[in-house]
Ligand binder design. Sequence first.
Ligand SMILES: Cc1cc2nc3c(=O)[nH]c(=O)nc-3n(C[C@H](O)[C@H](O)[C@H](O)COP(=O)(O)OP(=O)(O)OC[C@H]3O[C@@H](n4cnc5c(N)ncnc54)[C@H](O)[C@@H]3O)c2cc1C
Length: 278
Amino acid sequence: MDVVWAQSRYDKGETEAEQKAYLNCPMTKDQYEAFIDALLAADKTEFHEGETAGYFDGCLPIEVMAERGRETLRFGPMKPIGLTNAHDPENKPYAVVQLRRDNALGTLFNIVGFQTKMKYGAQTEVFKMIPGLENASFARLGGIHRNTFMNSPTLLDHEMRLRQRPNIRFAGQVTGVEGYVESAAMGLLAARFAIAELTGETLPPAPQTTAMGALVTHITGGAEAKTFQPMNVNFGLFPPVEGLKGGRRGRKDRYQAYTDRAKEDWRNWLAASSVVPA
Ligand SMILES: Cc1cc2nc3c(=O)[nH]c(=O)nc-3n(C[C@H](O)[C@H](O)[C@H](O)COP(=O)(O)OP(=O)(O)OC[C@H]3O[C@@H](n4cnc5c(N)ncnc54)[C@H](O)[C@@H]3O)c2cc1C
């Protein structure tokens, strides 16, 4: 703790606990360069025959980021912005590795944004180079995960039914969404459509102006089928609200306008179903 300090980026959070939710490990330029060299040189897990990796941009392995450019990590998960070294406030760290508490006891921490396919031995060696972690013990090492998903733009209709076999519905990550909330949301929609069908109702498509509707519209038709990859929900999937200011300054109003429009359209959509209560 005489090397690292507790602080959330930009002191974000309401309570002191939230404002100090992360431990920060600072690196000098030399330490960063040595870390990148070690990442690039480390032993990596090989893929099985016939397997290829099309990485999801939201969680690239750190060594893949380092291969894309020595500075990539410093502008990604190791960015030093919004943080002040409590032990040395005058000197801005060149890079920072953040640790997030993983259990209530405060005995486990995970490294934020550090997916990796380095072999286990290499991981402990490389991660001990992080200032403050020289004597860390590693309770669980990292691995990349494979996301198995179908080509929903060609296979599913807007009610998440298999076009060729409409008695079968798909939901969740397998439909080509990524994340807890997204997967659960696709389950909720698939269920609403299924219940409507069973009770003889016809629901209109989920409105694209809402988060769930934007996502389901994307995976079941809006996305480019040839290059289809799992998608998180994001404002880029929504049809634009016309006549709003652009740039950073207009952002708050823009988000508000999207949200207001979504709530209104969602309410109307829910009202269209008499069987499933809103
Ligand atoms: C290491 C890791 C970290 C992640 N981190 C995050 C994160 O920080 N934030 C986030 O939002 N998302 C994260 N995700 C993604 C998130 O976990 C998934 O998007 C989400 O859990 C998918 O939910 P799901 O119910 O659609 O699928 P799953 O949770 O994969 O559920 C599918 C279930 O089906 C079962 N199953 C499979 N085949 C069969 C079969 N033939 N018969 C019966 N059962 C079967 C499986 O055992 C499993 O229980 C992470 C994923 C991983 C692997």
